[in-house]
Design a protein around this ligand. Structure first.
Ligand SMILES: Nc1ncnc2c1ncn2[C@@H]1O[C@H](COP(=O)(O)OP(=O)(O)OP(=O)(O)O)[C@@H](O)[C@H]1O
Length: 728
């Protein structure tokens, strides 16, 4: 059902509603006559007081007419009281009808959130309707009273007052439709922004933890821009409303004054002139002002609210795009909408907590919860198996993974793509792989602006389940950009990315990966809360301890006093924060783990331990932006990003075949005596680290560490210029 059809339906129902209450309307009209009867006296009594009283030398008569005007005010006040009662008799039934519909819908859909939100909308509709009745009724009766008064004083006065009044009303009527549309656009944009902020604010932790700030800021910025455009458009049309008010209410005053000599010359008395001015300034102008402001704003708001209240949920799915402000951020007044936490979790890369509540995951969750540490089911195992291609049952996951050291060539060893000086599109597919790729990039390009040089240019990449990829390259070449693309935080400008067969970016794909950026995020709270942040279910203590042990967090955990100890993020060193973030990612259910220099503050041993933990994590495909040669050597595959010299292969293959890679590892050609020597001649990691070049530096100042606390001390000492030596 289109929006226009719904609106037409509202008008038709509105007329039926009023038709059924014609007696109330007649009563309302009667009391309105009494209320606005004083309008007639507003001008007529002063005119007579002047002409027949004060100017005729009979002040008693003048005072008597003024007394009549005073009585008119009292009678009018009584009429106003009765008018309110009649308006209530009209408005309350509307409220009852709407409440009935809302309760019926709330019960039918068993949605308490929707019920409370819609009940609030009913109150808005009731108040707005009452205001509209008052304003429009008041204008009609005031205008009739004033025109009748002008005619009785002198018909010539009508010639001066009525034409601009009609012109102003005409202009106002012409702007009513467009204004209502703009008003509605503004309301919808305002509510969308409110809902967006309501969704973002409670999830700031998640957003920061997942490094999704830029994307969330961009999305929110779009909402702000939309509201700003709607506000400007509304403001432009509102100017016409002011013009119509000036035309219909203020121009008659000017004309009466300017035409005074002409009117007096044609027999209009001084009193009649004063009476005419009283009609315009005391009655017509205020009534017109109320009409213009009241009908222009409240009318469109009423239509918007009514449309939402009367629509059939299933009949108008498109209406779900229109959000309703409920006053409580996060409430979900519209049936059929996902709870707001869902989008947030997705934006943050968390395993979509609300998916579990919304979808069919409730069946799978107990299995997840009771899984043994080290044998965790991958996310959505079973429950979402049909949704994506990641077959991540524990058995498959275990066999899929091949730790790099034990089996340097992962399943599906790729052919080396050595330096490709004439191609910017290396094919990095594991052609020997017989299994479906977990991660697949097909001709992916990305540039930060329409005229900017692409940071990623037609890149192909297929990773089988359990693969461990190191991404290396000079600083600023695009490694973080690539991980952001894979994480779905950036949209490719060309090509396509799929994760477990799901398109990236997409909410479902976002639930299958976790990205740990360089700056690890730790929030105030217990260590357990920090570690379980990406888990939709409580993490059992044994699993938590096993994860801490695997990643290398145990010393910090013990130093803090266990998982229930409160963490002060500012008191942790950068390396300790990284260990917390890594353990958090380890505990998540994401089958794809992206570490973007997430271990840069760890010493080589701690880094190795953490990376091996992820490499051994069942069902895990690991992508590491490496900043040490040792990290690249551990990975089964290496992607060298270097613009036109981008290459892909094992570490050994790249060392053998890629000049750019050798340059990157720092003066490699000078170190390796013969090309035919096996790659193991690289020797121990420290030796290579010592000669590592930019982008693969193993020498970033974090050189002393025996666990996180020691590393923290070393980092501080280094910052303070302390005399720390290098230890193996
Ligand atoms: N938001 C952005 N807007 C415009 N350009 C950007 C933006 N982010 C990154 N860039 C540019 O894109 C290029 C790639 O940056 P990226 O951070 O991906 O490189 P990197 O290889 O991860 O670098 P590093 O190793 O120093 O972290 C750089 O030239 C950088 O200046």
């Amino acid at each position: 059902m289109s929006q226009g059809t719904v609106t037409d339906g509202i008008y038709a129902r509105g007329l039926r509603f009023l038709g059924a209450r014609w007696r109330v309307l007649v009563r309302l009209g009667g009391w309105s006559v009494l209320e606005t009867g004083q309008t007639f006296l507003t001008g007529y009594a002063p005119a007579r007081a002047l002409d027949e009283g004060f100017l005729a030398g009979r002040p008693g008569v003048g005072l008597a007419w003024l007394g009549v005007a005073g009585i008119g005010v009292l009678v009018g006040a009584w009429g106003t009281v009765r008018v309110y009662a009649a308006v209530a008799a009209l408005v309350e039934p509307l409220r009852d009808v709407l409440v009935g519909r809302v309760v019926e819908r709330g019960v039918r859909e068993a949605d308490a959130g929707a019920l409370s939100g819609l009940t609030q909308q009913v109150e808005i509709a009731r108040d707005t309707f009452a205001g509209l009745v008052m304003v429009s009724r008041s204008f009609v009766f005031t205008a009739v009273g004033a025109v009748a008064g002008l005619a009785s004083l002198d018909p010539l006065l009508l010639l001066v007052v009525v034409p601009p009044l009609v012109a102003g009303l005409g202009l106002f009527a012409a702007t009513l439709g467009p204004l209502a549309r703009r008003q509605e656009e503004f309301l919808v944009a305002d509510e969308a922004l409110a809902e967006g902020l309501g969704r973002v604010c409670p999830g700031l932790r998640d957003i920061t933890a997942a490094g999704a700030e830029d994307r969330v800021a961009a999305d929110t910025g779009r909402l702000v821009d939309t509201e700003q455009r709607a506000a400007y458009s509304l403001a432009r049309w509102s100017v016409l409303r002011v013009v119509s008010l000036a035309l219909g209410g203020q121009l008659p005053i000017v004309l009466l004054l300017a035409c005074a000599p002409w009117l007096l010359a044609r027999g209009v008395t001084t009193g009649a002139l004063v009476g005419a001015l009283a009609y315009v300034t005391q009655s017509l102008l205020p009534a017109l002002r109320n009409l213009v402001h009241g009908l222009g704003t409240s009318g469109s708001r009423l239509v918007v609210v009514l449309r939402r209240l009367v629509r059939e949920p299933a009949a108008e799915p498109g209406a779900e795009q229109s959000v309703v402000r409920t006053g409580s951020h996060g409430a979900n007044p519209l049936p059929g909408r996902r709870p707001v936490a869902h989008d947030l979790a997705v934006a943050a890369g968390a395993p979509a907590e609300s998916d579990a509540r919304d979808d069919d995951l409730t069946e799978a969750r107990p299995a997840d919860r009771h899984a043994e540490p080290g044998h965790r089911l991958a996310p959505h195992a079973g429950a979402r198996a049909a949704d994506h291609e990641c077959d991540s049952s524990p058995t498959e996951a275990a066999t899929a993974h091949t730790p790099a050291r034990e089996a340097p060539h992962d399943p599906g060893t790729s052919p080396t793509k050595a330096d490709t000086p004439h191609s910017t599109a290396p094919h990095t597919t594991d052609r020997n792989s017989t299994r479906a790729a977990v991660l697949s990039l097909a001709s992916v390009s990305f540039a930060y602006g329409p005229a900017a040089t692409p940071v990623v240019d037609r890149l192909d990449l297929d990773l089988p389940p359990g693969a461990h990829l190191a991404v290396v390259g000079p600083s600023g070449i695009g490694k973080s950009t690539l991980t952001a693309l894979i994480a779905g935080l950036l949209h490719p400008t060309g090509g396509r990315i799929r994760l477990c067969g799901l398109p990236v970016p997409s909410p479902d794909a976002a639930a299958l990966r976790v990205l740990i950026p360089q700056e690890a995020y730790v929030h105030t709270g217990t260590l357990a809360e920090n570690l379980g942040h990406l888990r939709p279910d409580p993490v059992p203590e044994p699993e938590l301890l096993a994860a801490a042990e695997a990643v290398g967090l145990t010393p910090l955990l013990e130093a803090l006093g266990g998982s229930r100890a409160t963490v002060d993020p500012a008191a942790l060193s950068a390396g300790e924060r990284q260990l917390v973030a890594l353990t958090r990612a380890y505990l998540s259910y994401a089958p794809l783990v992206l570490l973007d220099e997430a271990t840069c503050h760890l010493d080589p041993q701690a880094e190795e331990r953490a990376e091996r933990a992820f490499a051994s994590r069942p069902g895990t495909t690991l992508v590491v932006v490496a900043h040490r040669i040792s990290s690249a050597r551990r990975a089964g595959r290496v992607l060298l990003m270097d613009g036109p010299r981008t290459a892909y292969g094992t570490h050994e293959e790249l060392v053998r075949d890629s000049r750019a890679y050798r340059e990157l590892v720092g003066g490699w050609t000078a170190v390796v005596p013969k090309r035919s020597e096996p790659a193991l001649s690289l020797g121990d990691p420290d030796r290579v680290d010592a000669v590592a070049g930019p982008g693969l530096s193993g020498d970033r100042g974090h050189v002393v560490a025996h666990g996180p606390v020691g590393q923290a001390q070393a980092s501080r000492d280094l910052r303070d210029g302390g005399p720390l030596g290098r230890e193996g």
